[in-house]
Design a protein around this ligand. Structure first.
Ligand SMILES: [Zn+2]
Length: 505
């Protein structure tokens, strides 16, 4: 019999809404221990705590207990992986190495257990989705804002062209069009469609009387923001979710908005730069933190004309490293390719991961079904209550009753939103993990074949940090790719220094 500890956690939302009790987790972990011949030395609890970070007293106590060699802990048992963390970063950077170092197995009652690349990959992929789910849950749990968003109310400061007005007897403000400034917003969109540059639009608006609340000129950046703000078509983003069913009127038609987006994006300067220089603003200067920028150098001789692409620090932060930071594009290509070459998944592992994910997915679906049922039940109950209130009639001057009705309606809308998100999450889980695996299968050849734009996308996706200090390129892959790269921190010495001949003028 081996020694184990049990870790259980419920968030405030789990408890209130889905009836996940901490006692149930304790019992499940206990049963798992008995079946698998483990003795539970101690149970660590976190109640009403989110797994967004590691700052949980129960978890911290557990880690301390595990680190103490005297306790001789061989396994940590959790009901589901997301009990211990919902952050890919925490899991890959802290928890997984901690358990490995201390020779402790992390065992889950409902997810896949075992050692090896396939299990580790499945865990990381699950973690990516647990993190996503947590971000979506954030939408539902931020008190106040949650009700607001559920009602389709704009949760931020009213954008230029709108204003918030108080509604008598309600705690919510209503966002309405502020005609005076709305005029300028519409003008800006029209000018943009007619081909005016941002600077021209900003100047013209100023001449027309467009001012901020202190009577000053709006800077070009506010005008640019205005031209990109999707709020003007009556939609907004909240925690990466596009809320389309909103309660305020649009100021700009969708056709105009998207035509302007098109205009602003092509052919902008940055875009042109990106098609020419794939690493523009991807790589940072290790000395000062500025982005490296691409530059074309042409070498003419009697016989031929050759073009070279160099990247260098812009020195925008006042550093004097620009001169020593020139690096040829080919060398960056080479360094990045060698990292991508390490991202490979053997065919048999690929299949194992897919099969494993199918199992995990099945379990998740079961949980979702349970949660969906409890959400439905609550919605039905609210409907019943509201129905009987309206049938029996009520006094419109009864403030408590009016407030209750408002609260029930907000709760109902929140629950419906939650139900929809849950459906989306189960559907995307498998499709997305499959995409990710296929990408890993041959990202290296995709990169070699890709054009500048595609290369750039791959770099942005794979790297969390990418820098150059004048002699070394450091490529730090995103956590999700670390499982498939042996040396997670890839420190690449430049292969041949002479191939980085300094630019000529
Ligand atoms: Zn620099």
């Amino acid at each position: 019999m081996e020694n184990a500890v049990s870790y259980v956690r419920v968030s405030s939302d789990d408890q209130a809404k889905h009836g996940f009790s901490i006692d149930q987790q304790i019992a499940n972990n206990m049963q798992f221990a008995v079946q698998n011949d483990y003795a539970i030395l101690q149970t660590f609890k976190d109640e009403g705590r989110s797994a967004k970070n590691l700052e949980r007293p129960g978890l911290q106590d557990m880690l301390k207990f595990c680190a103490d060699k005297k306790n001789n802990v061989e396994a940590v048992i959790v009901w589901k992986l997301d009990r211990i963390s919902r952050s890919v970063g925490d899991y890959t950077a802290t928890l997984s190495p901690f358990f490995a170092q201390n020779n402790i197995q992390l065992l889950t009652v409902t997810d896949i257990n075992g050692e090896g690349l396939d299990v580790e990959m499945m865990r990381q992929i699950s973690m990516v989705f647990a993190e996503r789910e947590r971000k979506m849950t954030a939408l539902r749990t931020k008190e106040g804002i949650r009700g607001k968003v559920a009602l389709g109310q704009f949760p931020y400061h009213a954008p230029i062209g709108y204003e918030n007005i108080e509604i008598k007897g309600s705690k919510y403000k209503k966002m309405v069009i502020d005609e005076e400034n709305a005029f300028f917003v519409r003008q800006a969109y029209n000018m943009c469609l007619q081909g005016d540059s941002l600077t021209t639009i900003t100047n013209k608006l100023y001449k027309m009387g467009f001012r901020n609340k202190h009577g000053n000129r709006h800077p070009k950046s506010s005008v640019e923001y205005m031209l990109h703000n999707i709020a003007y078509i009556g939609k907004f983003y909240y925690d990466d979710v596009l809320v389309e069913d909103t309660d305020y009127p649009p100021l700009i038609s969708e056709a105009t908005y998207y035509a302007v987006q098109e205009k602003l994006n092509t052919p902008s300067k940055t875009r042109q730069l990106h098609t020419k220089f794939p690493y523009n603003e991807c790589m940072t200067c290790a000395k000062c933190g500025c982005y490296l920028t691409g530059e074309l150098k042409v070498k003419k001789s009697k016989k031929s004309t050759r073009e070279y692409i160099y990247y260098h620090c812009t020195g925008n932060r006042g550093g004097d490293c620009k001169k020593g930071s020139y690096i040829r594009q080919e060398l960056i290509d080479e360094a990045f390719t060698s990292v991508l070459k390490q991202i490979t998944i053997p065919e048999n592992v690929h299949q194992l991961v897919i099969d494993g994910l199918k199992e995990v997915h099945k379990e998740h679906t079961k949980d979702y079904e349970m949660q969906k049922k409890s959400i439905r039940k609550r919605i039905d109950k609210i409907d019943k209550t509201l129905k009987s209130v309206f049938e029996n009639g009520f006094n419109k001057h009864d403030e408590t009753m009016m407030k209750n009705i408002e609260d029930w309606e907000v709760e109902r809308k929140t629950l419906v939103l939650e139900e929809q998100e849950m459906l989306k999450a189960t559907k995307t889980f498998f499709v997305q993990s499959n995409l990710l695996l296929n990408f890993c299968k041959d990202c290296h050849s995709a990169f070699l074949k890709g054009n500048a734009e595609q290369k750039r996308k791959i770099v942005k996706m794979v790297c969390s940090n990418f820098s150059y200090d004048g002699s070394n390129i450091v490529i730090e892959p995103n956590p999700i790719f670390k499982a498939v790269i042996k040396n997670s921190m890839h420190n690449k010495k430049l292969p041949r220094l002479d191939s980085n001949q300094q630019p000529f003028d």
